[in-house]
Ligand binder design. Structure first.
Ligand SMILES: [Mg+2]
Length: 89
């Protein structure tokens, strides 16, 4: 899977989450709440990983996409605009 494909999958999930839960204007969260949501999604990935078989891997990847999309939403709401265009690593 290319980086572009990964980013597109995250974007699709991010849009899905907006349709499901409402936009950030409707469902904003404190930073700590976003961390808990990401932790929840990461737990779902770990739980899927403990299941046997190929489908487990597919579920793990789906949940990792969920983690990433939630992280994007968190950054959209809370990250300072001066992070744009800079490496933060
Ligand atoms: Mg999930």
């Amino acid at each position: 899977m290319t980086r572009e494909m990964v980013l597109e999958a995250i974007k699709k999930e991010r849009n899905f989450q907006d349709r499901k839960w409402g936009s950030l204007n409707i469902r904003s969260h404190e930073l700590g709440s976003w961390l808990l949501i990401m932790e929840h999604e990461l737990k779902e990935a770990k739980d899927a990983w403990t299941k046997p078989g190929y489908e487990a891997d597919t579920d793990v990847f789906k949940e990792i996409i969920h983690v990433a999309a939630v992280a994007v939403a968190c950054l959209e709401q809370h990250a300072p605009s001066n992070l744009q265009g800079h490496s933060v690593g």
